[in-house]
Each structure stands twice: as structure tokens, then as C-alpha cells.
Design a binder for this molecule. Structure first.
Ligand code: NAD
Ligand code: MLT
Length: 532
């Protein structure tokens, strides 16, 4: 499988992919047009923040299965377009937060003490130090916009500098503010009016673009410092330039410009213009937030591992999948397999269109994060219908498009089993129910098939046979299969009234002709091949 890497990541990460036999194409700095022209060759693309993985690229990437974002923000990726195509989007949100937080703090320190200006002056042999009277962080107020992963690191460290930390983040709990020792601002305006240093750590969303503009800068204290190491465009650059020129804002630390320049071009080829680059009270860095040895290694090795796993069909914590803690993923793996099998059975034995899938999680599963299991049921259900185009990422979307509703419920009570997944397939004329359980952590069993009680270990090839419950039928089935050289690996039957079902595991898929012969056998009512 072919992977294109369009932005610089750690060599150790690339090694992960080479070692696993992937065909790697490292094309740092490739233009968007060039990428559009060749993307149809690749199964996966790994990018950082500059490559625009937009709808057009996704449409042209006919083989794409995985988009790897080496880093955190996903504002350069059209996640909806990926989800519609079943493309898994993975990122590494935890791997560079320390690096980004420390850069914001480094910028604050440098701004408060005029470090970059003083250093540039010294190089020009201007040592008049009285021009660079700085201010101390100690005792000042830092206003943090966005108290997520990076905002929290900044808060923790600046509180260590004896700053008073206030923050505006309407989406996190009061408890988190209390734990961090940060005072909550009810409004952004309140934060702006009180802070000596404003530092922004929100994602780039429709709500946050330009959230600090002319009006907001005017609300700030005269002499405020502004740091943006999050995303270009969160602070309106034109308004910031005006405020810096007037001196209302004393200085700014900008790691992320809007738009961003190309980071791989040598200066002689660079045509990038931005008035912020002309101001000496601004520190501009080329999106260096994640550029530490530690973050580079963490991000590079984490993203390539995720991309490799996703390409190999493993379930990974993806941006367009329900959130899962890594421990939970391990625990849920056998249930994921079971859930998909339960889903797969229906359309292989029934033809009536499913209108609603109802899933009941019981026993140990009642308090688990089960969304990924429900997606597995849907993936299994839809597989016989849409084949490889369905995966964990798009299963719910495809089901919705087909008018199939999904209802989940939980029950902590179970008599016989410690855990049970029951799937009810509601069609117009009737409801069909299949249940399965996992015991000893990895032993899967189907225990209820359309009302027939079983204890059946699912295997890849199963013949489901419905027959009348009379002596000799099982023998005739065995003889017929034997006559065709079909080896029976396991067999289970269950009776209900005058009928019975037999689940026969065979080594290989059996032909339609054999199934027809089975149905023609005395006592057999129906015979269906189920691929699990
Ligand atoms: P996060 O998701 O952990 O935290 C973001 C916080 O912003 C959340 O708590 C959220 O509630 C809050 N938020 C969202 N909308 C808001 C709004 N309108 N007003 C106030 N708060 C709002 O993200 P993170 O990992 O801390 O990353 C923060 C930013 O830093 C992102 O933009 C990310 O892309 C960027 N980043 C930049 C670099 C770099 O190299 N400069 C490196 C890593 C991350
Ligand atoms: C990120 O979102 O992780 C950062 O912006 C770092 C990067 O993309 O280089």
C-alpha cells in the first residue's frame, strides 16, 4: 500500500512505515495542484498543518483509506468529506501540547523583557540597554482563551511564575477551573479588560476565527501583550497591526500567520508578505509550536503507528470515530468482533429490509462506552449490502442514509451470562433477535438466534439450517455434506416447538448447488451459508 507524506515528520516515524513494508513517497513541500494530480495513487496521506486535505482532494483520492494529521488541529482537513467516504482521520492531539505550551510561555517571557529586539540591536552593535526596560511576569494577570490541553499547561506554568491566571472557556466545567487554580471569566470581554497578557489556545472554528478583533483589542488594557500560538486568523491580523502601531498593544508573539507561508521554500523563492513582519514589537515564528525534539519524535512515531494500524484494518482512536480510551479499546476488542458478527448474520439469512436496529448491552457492558460496538453491528449489517465501502467511520452515516434507525439501551441485570449483546432487527412485518456473549475474555458465543437458544462458537463459514424436529434429519444433513467432501468443524442445534435450527461450521464455503440439495433433503426447511 502507498503512503504519501507531504510535510516533515521525524525520520523514526518514517522508519515505522518502511519496516512494515509500506511503499512510502516523501514529498515535502509539494504544491496543492501537484498533490491533486497524483493523490489517486495513494492509500494514505500524512500531513501537518499546511497541506489542505479538502473535499476536492478527497474526491480525487479514490484509493484513500486514511488521512494522518501529524499533530493536533484538524482545521486543514475536511473531516466530513472523509467520513462520507469512509476515510479514517487520525491525529496525535497529546503529542505536542507541552511543546506548544512552552512556546507560548517563551514568547510571553521574551515579550515582557524585549528579548528579540534587544538581541537584534546588540548584533547591530547597539548596546543602549536603557531602550529595553522590561516588565516582570510576577504578579501580573494572564488571560487564557481556551483552557484545554495547551491552555491548561500554560496556566499551570504561569501560575508557577506567580501570575494570576484567568481564563475564558465556556465549554469546560467549573471543576476544572478550580482544580487548575484558574479564575473563570464569564465573558471574553471580562478577560480582555483584566489581562496584562492575553494568550489564545482555542481550535480554529467558525466561532473562534477573528474572535480577537478591533473591538476586542480596544477593550484590552493599554500596553497589553498578545500571544497566538494556536491558529492563524484567531486574532484579526489587520486589527492587531493597527493596535501594535498605535502602542495600545505593547507587543505580540505570533507563531501562526494567516495565511501561512510555505515552510519549505528557501528565502530567495519566498514571496510571502505580511505587515506583522515589519513591526519590531512582534515576535514571529514559523509555526514552531510543535518543533521540539521531543514533540517531533512523539508526533512522528505516533502518527505513523496509527496510519499503519488503520491501513491494516485495526480499530484506532480516530477523529471521526467515537472517542475511546486506549485501555477501553483493548477491553472491547472481542466485543467489537462479536458485535460485527451479530450484525452480519441478518442480511445473509433474511431479505426483509431493516428499519431499525435496537441494541441492548447487558451485564458488564452496561457501564462501558459502547458506541464503537454499535458501529460494529451496523458495519456487519451493511457489509453484505455495500461491501468494503462500509467501515467504522461511515457505518452510521450510511445506515442513516438508508433510513435505518439506531437505538441503544442498557441493562445491568443478567441471570446466565456476565455480559450480553442483543441485537433486534426491526423490519416492517417482524422483529428478529440475535444475542452473543464473550466469556473468559476472548471466547465468543452466539447464544440466541431468532429465538433459538444456542451456545455456538462462531467460525468463518457456517451453514444455518432450519429443519423440522424429527429423528434422522441431522444424520441426513451429515451424510449429504460428507458425500460432497465437506468437513464439519462443529455443529450445534436448538429446538423450538416442532422446528429446530442447526448451525454447522464447515471448513470452506459451500456452493449454492449443495445448499439446494440440503433444502431438498427430507426434514430440511431452509439452508443458508453465513460468512462471519
Ligand atoms: P483542546 O481541544 O485541548 O483545547 C481547546 C479549548 O478551547 C477547549 O477547552 C475548548 O473548550 C476551548 N474553546 C473552544 N471554542 C472556544 C471559544 N469560542 N471560546 C473559548 N474557548 C473555546 O486543544 P489544544 O490541544 O489545547 O490546542 C489548542 C490550539 O493550539 C489548537 O488551535 C491547536 O491546533 C493549536 N496547536 C498549535 C500548535 C503550534 O504548533 N503552534 C501545536 C499544537 C496545537
Ligand atoms: C498542531 O496542530 O499540532 C500544530 O499546529 C503543529 C503542527 O502542525 O506542526
Amino acid at each position: 500500500m502507498k503512503i504519501i507524506v507531504t510535510e516533515r515528520i521525524a525520520e523514526e516515524g518514517l522508519q515505522v512505515l518502511r519496516a512494515e513494508g509500506f511503499d512510502l513517497d516523501v514529498r515535502y513541500g509539494i504544491s496543492h495542484q501537484e498533490l491533486l494530480d497524483i493523490i489517486s495513487d495513494y492509500d494514505a496521506i500524512i500531513v501537518r498543518s499546511v497541506t489542505k486535505v479538502n473535499r476536492e482532494l478527497i474526491e480525487r483520492g479514490v484509493k484513500l483509506k486514511v488521512v494522518g494529521r501529524a499533530g493536533n488541529g484538524i482545521d486543514n482537513i475536511d473531516v466530513d468529506a472523509c467520513t462520507e467516504k469512509g476515510i479514517v482521520v487520525v491525529n496525535t492531539p497529546e503529542s505536542n501540547t507541552m511543546a506548544a505550551g512552552e512556546l507560548a510561555i517563551a514568547m510571553a517571557c521574551a515579550l515582557f523583557r524585549n528579548l528579540t529586539r534587544a538581541s537584534a540591536a546588540c548584533r547591530a552593535r547597539d548596546f543602549r540597554r536603557n531602550q529595553y526596560l522590561g516588565r516582570e511576569l510576577d504578579g501580573k494577570t494572564v488571560g487564557i482563551i481556551g483552557l484545554g490541553r495547551i491552555g491548561s499547561i500554560v496556566a499551570r506554568k504561569l501560575i508557577g511564575h506567580n501570575m494570576k491566571a484567568i481564563a475564558y472557556d465556556p465549554y469546560i466545567t467549573d471543576d476544572k477551573f478550580t482544580r487548575l487554580g484558574v479564575e473563570k471569566c464569564a465573558t471574553l470581554d471580562e478577560l480582555l479588560r483584566r489581562a496584562d497578557l492575553v494568550t489564545i489556545h482555542t481550535p480554529k472554528t467558525a466561532e473562534t476565527i477573528g474572535m480577537v478583533g478591533e473591538r476586542e483589542l480596544a477593550l484590552c488594557r493599554k500596553g497589553v501583550y498578545v500571544v497566538n500560538a494556536a491558529r492563524g486568523g484567531l486574532v484579526n491580523e489587520a486589527a492587531l497591526v493597527a493596535a501594535l502601531r498605535s502602542g495600545h498593544v505593547a507587543g505580540a508573539g505570533i507563531d501562526v500567520l494567516d495565511p501561512e507561508p510555505g515552510y519549505d521554500k528557501p528565502p530567495e523563492e519566498q514571496t510571502y508578505q505580511n505587515p506583522l513582519l515589519e513591526l519590531d514589537n512582534v515576535i514571529v515564528t514559523p509555526h514552531l509550536g510543535a518543533s521540539t525534539e521531543e514533540a517531533n519524535y512523539n508526533v512522528g512515531t505516533a502518527i505513523t503507528r496509527l496510519v499503519a494500524d488503520a491501513l491494516q484494518g485495526k480499530i484506532v482512536a480516530a477523529v471521526n470515530m467515537p472517542p475511546l480510551k486506549s485501555g477501553d479499546l483493548e477491553l472491547l476488542k472481542p466485543y467489537i468482533t462479536l458485535a460485527e458478527m451479530l450484525g452480519r448474520i441478518y442480511y445473509q439469512v433474511e431479505k426483509e429490509t431493516v428499519e431499525k436496529v435496537e441494541i441492548v448491552y447487558s451485564g458488564d457492558l452496561a457501564d462501558k462506552e459502547t458506541k464503537v460496538l454499535s458501529l460494529s453491528v451496523l458495519k456487519g449489517l451493511l457489509y453484505p449490502v455495500v461491501k468494503e465501502t462500509v467501515n467504522y467511520v461511515n457505518a452510521e452515516l450510511i445506515a442513516k442514509g438508508m433510513g435505518i434507525g439506531l437505538v441503544e439501551s442498557r441493562s445491568s441485570h443478567l441471570d446466565k451470562y456476565t455480559n450480553l449483546i442483543t441485537v433486534r432487527f426491526h423490519a416492517k412485518s417482524r422483529m428478529r433477535e440475535i444475542s452473543g456473549t464473550v466469556f473468559a475474555r476472548e471466547e465468543l458465543r452466539i447464544v440466541d438466534f431468532f429465538g433459538y437458544k444456542l451456545d455456538f462458537e462462531p467460525r468463518p463459514n457456517v451453514i444455518a439450517i432450519q429443519n423440522v424436529d424429527q429423528p434422522g434429519t441431522i444424520g441426513r444433513i451429515g451424510t449429504l455434506l460428507g458425500r460432497h467432501g465437506i468437513n464439519i468443524a462443529a455443529m450445534q442445534w436448538s429446538r423450538k416447538g416442532e422446528k429446530a435450527v442447526s448451525f454447522v461450521s464447515v471448513d470452506d464455503e459451500v456452493s449454492d448447488a449443495v445448499l439446494k440439495e440440503l433444502v431438498a433433503t427430507e426434514g430440511v426447511l431452509k439452508a443458508t451459508m453465513i460468512k462471519l
